[in-house]
Ligand binder design. Structure first.
Ligand code: GLU
Length: 300
């Protein structure tokens, strides 16, 4: 039977692959294989200030070295901007220009007695129009105004997740002050345009998901299923990234070293016990191991 499952790995090209991003790549790849589905790769390169030249090709070479073949053509978000423009037009009156700086939002939060460490909740300053003398900077999406409306979903790994995006996030940015399209809009548009049915990614994005569900609702596109895997942290409990000292994937390493230093540690982190002496044997064993793990966790 043909499967309708379409999954994806969507790295930002801010540096080479490392254990943290390999875990997300591996989990999404295994989940697509277990479901007999397709696995797409999309380079999320909209934040031009954070892109590292050549990181996209380096990541793709690492996936090839790991034996992770993607389906279809790789896509780059910077080549898809007309799609985000069209979505913006469709959102119409749900979107408004905002002239506030980060500092002004932080200051208003302090005035409301919220701690500086709390995530910045936009207080809605420009919701009814730009304050006199303010120039438009970002574009924001109005969050639902029904008091206490929570947006919930069933995460395949974490179970039920709920968020009141109006109270906990506020009207959020869909085009940034620097003119770049925001991740929240682009990810929803692309997942829908590419027919993605299943999103498997790191749990650092768990609290972005209700915003994405809301955008899907407004754009009239289907909600995918979600599975958020735990994120790899360093000794200080920070999410592993180039900035927090992750070791870069070595595209020149031998297959034995790749197995021992990258594939096996990523599999162990996911709770998979995979005995294999070669890369093809690793995947032959990892796919059924992921299937068992899903069944044990009732995360099918
Ligand atoms: N581009 C995001 C990242 O590298 C992932 C986005 C997603 O999977 O939705 O963290």
């Amino acid at each position: 039977m043909l499967s309708s499952y379409i999954g994806r790995f969507a790295p930002s090209p801010t540096g080479p692959l490392h254990l943290g991003s390999l875990v997300a790549a591996m989990a999404s790849y295994l989940d697509a294989k277990v479901h007999g589905g397709q696995w797409l790769v999309r380079i999320e390169d909209l934040d031009r200030d954070r892109n590292v030249p050549g990181a996209d090709e380096h990541i793709l070479a690492s996936l090839r070295r790991c034996g992770m073949a993607w389906d279809g053509e790789v896509t780059w978000q910077t080549r898809r901007e007309p799609l985000y423009e069209a979505a913006l037009a469709q959102l119409g009156q749900h979107v408004y220009p905002c002239g506030c700086s980060r500092k002004e939002i932080a200051d208003s939060q302090t005035r409301l007695g919220l701690s500086n460490n709390a995530a910045l909740v936009y207080p809605g300053t420009c919701r009814a129009g730009l304050a006199p003398g303010k120039a438009p900077r970002a574009l924001r999406l109005r969050t639902p105004q029904q008091p206490g409306r929570v947006i919930g979903f069933e995460d395949r790994w974490h179970g039920p997740v709920e968020q009141d995006i109006t109270a906990e996030v506020g009207d959020f940015v869909i085009r940034r002050a620097d003119g770049f399209w925001a991740y929240q809009l682009a990810v929803v548009v692309d997942d829908a345009a590419q027919g993605v049915t299943d999103i498997v990614r790191g749990a650092d994005l768990l609290d972005s998901t209700p915003r994405q569900l809301y955008l899907q609702e407004l754009l009239g596109v289907p909600h995918p299923r979600y599975l958020h895997v735990p994120v790899v942290v360093n000794a200080d409990g920070e999410k592993l990234s180039k900035q927090t000292g992750a070791a870069a994937f070595d595209n020149g390493a031998s297959p034995e070293r790749l197995l021992a230093d990258s594939l096996q540690p990523a599999a162990r982190f996911l709770g998979l016990h995979v005995e294999a002496a070669t890369i093809p044997a690793f995947w032959d064993a990892a796919v059924p191991a992921w299937e068992r793990l899903l069944r044990d966790r009732r995360a099918w």
